[in-house]
Design a protein around this ligand. Structure first.
Ligand code: UN1
Length: 496
């Protein structure tokens, strides 16, 4: 039975002003309508932003450790409900169950991490140059945040954004993807039950144009955090610039794994399968390019094909399934179109290359894991984000050439190298020009306690997640405070 969802505004679950609803569909079984969600409009956005604005002062004045206690309770609830939520992730967006649970685990890890941040939010105290004076920088919140999240990590990414915004003392309006609204509703319910005051977090569901854009550009919004496609993210960045409004965008990737002749090839095969076909290739960190040194190219190709053959497509809730569906019909079309382009460009298709509709698979959006070889760096399939289970093999004849191919990309999120040469690993770490670099591991699987973000068109340079340079910097503003307790005029730089 499809659950009927409501928006959450000022602590109340309310119907959308439009009275209209859309459907969230299980991509493995399209007759399974997971939820009916509000197709909201500007009016709902206005109410949600007003509620968040009203809640801002009391929330910013609540001591951060107290804010952290509420977030800690929510972390506990997420942990207690991991299995249930993991299954929901799989049902609503299709990734296989171990990954559905992994999505929730990432949310749990981050929720605890940010709850603890309530007792840190570290800033600086430095000596003043004049006597009887102190000099500090402190962190202050911005106000109301617009948080726009994707479907591919439907619990983890909302948690990244919501928990960071809130621990810093901001209030927020969350606009989740229309492909995963129920996951967002569960998260908001958990925060409500944890005791979050009314209005601190509001939820408005609906389409990007009707809800996401008016929300991001609302006059009372102080900052925007967006994860999703590059065209939408970049359009928002331009509009935010006109409004002089801080914006963090996390967008596409064309991530590459570089395989050197001395690599442990079995390990590299596992890394390519995990990074290329995990989540059906629908991660912004997915390994869509694999650049193999010519000395091991043919052997690697053979090993990889043998490893792809047994991968079973199916409903992610079934234990034997290794690869789930892609998210929806437009995704099927887009991925198939890229496969067609790849063939037209002259790449060699070894396996996959089609939608699979046999038996039960007829009822979902399944694309066979697809492998191209003889892909050239200039081909579109080597340059554009496909966001599906398609891996392109390219050749290189040296480390330098391999690195050059990895870096020659519009995007710059994640890269990896497989080598057993410790010196080469150090050079790779220095030369790979991406926000995330993995040595002897795939391009996916970032941990939450360090910054997560990409270079070039992958992101705006404001990373998500933890670490000293992580998302806290974006969700707070710095205020520099000088306090002179000398009781007389002291002139900096003059009275030295
Ligand atoms: C994303 O694909 O949008 O590093 C996020 C990873 C995950 C997060 C991916 N922890 O693959």
């Amino acid at each position: 039975m499809a659950e009927l969802l409501r928006n959450f505004i000022g602590g109340e679950w309310v119907e959308p002003s439009t009275g209209e609803y859309g459907e969230s569909i299980n991509p493995a079984r399209i007759s399974d309508v997971v939820a009916r969600f509000p197709l909201s409009a500007r009016e709902d956005v206005d109410r949600a932003v007003a509620a968040a604005k009203k809640a801002y002062d009391p929330w910013r004045l609540t001591p951060a450790p107290r804010r952290g206690e509420i977030l800690f309770k929510a972390a506990e609830a997420l942990r207690g409900r991991k299995d249930e939520l993991g299954r929901l992730v799989t049902r609503e967006m299709g990734k296989v169950l171990p990954e559905g649970k992994g999505d929730v685990q990432e949310a749990i890890d981050f929720a605890y991490y940010m709850a603890g941040e309530g007792r840190r939010l570290v800033s600086e105290v430095v000596p003043a140059e004049l006597p009887n004076k102190d000099a500090r920088s402190i962190r202050v919140p911005h106000g109301v945040f617009a948080l726009i999240t994707p479907w591919n990590f439907p619990v983890a990414i909302p948690v990244w954004k919501v928990f960071t915004a809130l621990i810093c003392g901001n209030t927020a309006v969350l606009k989740p993807s229309s492909d995963s609204p129920l996951c967002a509703v569960r998260l908001v319910e958990i925060l409500e039950e944890a005791g979050l005051p009314a209005g601190v977090l509001n939820l408005v569901m609906g389409e990007g144009r009707a809800v996401g854009e008016p929300l991001a550009l609302h006059p009372d919004v102080a900052g925007i955090s967006f994860t999703g496609s590059s065209p939408v993210g970049e359009a928002l960045e331009r509009k935010a610039a006109e409004l002089h409004r801080p914006i963090a965008v996390e967008m596409g990737g064309k991530n590459a794994i570089l395989i050197m002749p001395d690599a442990d090839l079995d390990l590299a095969v596992e890394g390519v399968l995990w990074g290329g076909f995990g989540t059906s290739g629908q991660r912004c960190t997915a390994s869509s390019r694999v650049i193999v040194h010519q000395d091991v190219h043919d052997r690697f190709l053979e090993m990889l094909l043998a490893a792809i053959a047994p991968l079973r497509l199916g409903d992610g809730l079934e234990e034997e399934t290794k690869i789930g569906p892609v998210i929806n019909e437009p995704a099927v079309k887009k991925v198939l179109e890229y496969i067609r382009i790849g063939e037209e460009e002259g790449a060699k298709l070894h396996t996959g290359g089609m939608q699979v509709t046999e038996g039960e698979l007829e009822h979902g959006y399944f694309i066979a894991p697809t492998l191209f070889s003889e892909v050239e760096p200039q081909m579109r399939i080597a340059r554009e984000e496909i966001f599906g289970p398609v891996v392109s093999l390219l050749r290189c004849s040296s480390f330098e050439e391999g690195v050059q191919i990895v870096n020659d990309s519009h995007y710059g999120l994640s890269s990896a190298i497989y080598t057993r040469d410790v010196n080469l690993s150090a050079r790779a770490e220095r030369e790979l020009d991406t926000g995330l670099v993995y040595i002897n591991a795939s391009t996916i699987g970032a941990e939450i306690q360090l910054p997560f973000g990409g270079y070039r068109h992958s992101g705006s340079g404001h990373p998500e997640c933890g670490g000293r340079m992580g998302a806290i910097d974006f969700y707070t503003r710095i205020k520099t405070v000088y306090r002179d307790f000398s009781g007389r005029l002291q002139r900096a730089q003059v009275d030295v």
